[in-house]
Design a protein around this ligand. Structure first.
Ligand code: SF4
Length: 362
């Protein structure tokens, strides 16, 4: 049956029947599939995860196994990272190939190559600039970093990575998330006049040669469409309504929000922070809604609020639904085509080098 018509049929199937069918297929494929569930994944899919976590942890855990099919319930760049780190015998699958990441899409290799060429009119980037890419980026950008003496970072290790990057060369080009780069630099005490923003839509990123010469940190003007929805006034509202509340923000939130937060941390750090708090501690959390809802359920003794009055949900991650998970399992069982994510060998080799430089920092 054609994919679209099968999907339509599945959307007409009662949810309980579908969930039962997924359980059945999973048992049939026991030992052959590993389902990875990112923290931001919707609950109905997350419930099937063999391993849950952030994108790096999931890829590393998959690489420790010899399971032939890795089903990544997340977004495209995460599946690429898993393909880079797992063995050639393992196949990485993204249940819905349209599950992308708006932030990762804000920098592509043509734009970054162009930026490098433009920087070369003011300085020699290969001796003065370390490129640093957030793990939330396409494999081709990780490869660019590998090839140009650069490195990958996560929201957990951005500070350690930036310290390393500045030890290599005097400047950093940080992409694609401006906020993670800026929030990390602010915490490290980097003054504002040493940071510039690179707007890929403008010649020289909108900067003069003097700006570039002066800057130690060049921040790509990208952002996460989910985390940018949190506003500093949301923090004020929460503090007024709940005296003593602890405000936690993901570093993909803007600097204005992070400046007002009590705690800034990655998803894993936020999870640990809530777990470590005494009973009765109230939280307002600025990160994706599915994770915040899960924390609320897991800690009934600690009131957990969502920082924004709006729904901030990762709509691309939301694309992976039980119907796509079922289709993926069925395709593996039937030996038919699956949505494989395979990074080309040349890109993989350089991207792996950039990831390895990060992993070597511990
Ligand atoms: S939450 Fe933001 S950065 Fe994370 S996958 Fe969604 S769009 Fe990308």
């Amino acid at each position: 049956m054609h994919t679209e018509s099968l999907l339509q049929q599945l959307y007409d199937t009662p949810e309980t029947d579908l969930i039962e069918s997924i359980h059945r297929l999973r048992s049939e494929l026991d030992g052959q599939v590993l389902i990875l569930g990112h923290h931001y994944q919707r609950e109905e899919v997350f419930a099937f995860a063999d391993i849950s976590g952030d994108s790096l942890k999931l890829s590393q855990e998959a690489a420790k196994t010899r399971v032939p099919y890795i089903i990544f319930c997340g977004v495209h760049f995460m599946a690429e990272t898993a393909d880079i780190l797992t063995s050639d015998e393992q196949t990485v699958i993204l249940p819905d190939p349209a599950a992308g990441c708006s932030m990762a899409d804000m920098a592509d290799s043509a734009q970054v190559e162009e930026c490098w060429r433009e920087l070369a009119t003011a300085l020699d980037p290969d001796t003065t600039v370390t490129p640093v890419t957030y793990i939330n980026s396409a494999a081709a950008l990780k490869a660019f970093c590998g090839e140009h003496g650069g490195i990958v970072c996560t929201s957990s290790n951005a500070r350690r990575v930036m310290e390393w990057a500045w030890r290599q060369r005097e400047k950093i080009l940080f992409f694609p998330d401006r906020h993670l780069g800026e929030n990390t630099a602010v915490a490290m005490g980097v003054p504002d006049d040493q940071m510039i923003v690179w707007d890929p839509g403008q010649p020289m990123g909108g900067n003069s040669p003097e700006d570039i010469e002066r800057a130690r940190l060049i921040l790509w003007n990208g952002f996460c469409s989910v985390h940018q929805l949190f506003r500093p006034e949301h923090v004020d509202t929460m503090r007024r309504a709940h005296p003593g509340i602890r405000i936690s923000a993901h570093p993909e939130c803007s600097r204005a929000v992070c400046d007002k937060a009590d705690f800034i941390g990655s998803t894993e750090a936020i999870i640990k922070d809530v777990a470590a708090a005494p009973a009765g501690q109230t939280f307002a959390i600025g990160t994706e809604l599915n994770l915040v809802n899960r924390l609320r359920l897991e800690h009934p003794d600690k009131p957990v609020y969502f920082l924004s009055p709006m729904v901030c949900m990762c709509s691309t991650m939301f694309r992976t639904d039980p119907q796509h998970l079922y289709m993926t399992l069925k395709a593996i069982r039937d030996g038919t085509e699956v949505n494989r994510v395979a990074v080309p060998t040349d890109i993989k080799q350089w991207a792996k080098l950039a990831l390895q430089r990060m992993l070597d920092l511990g």
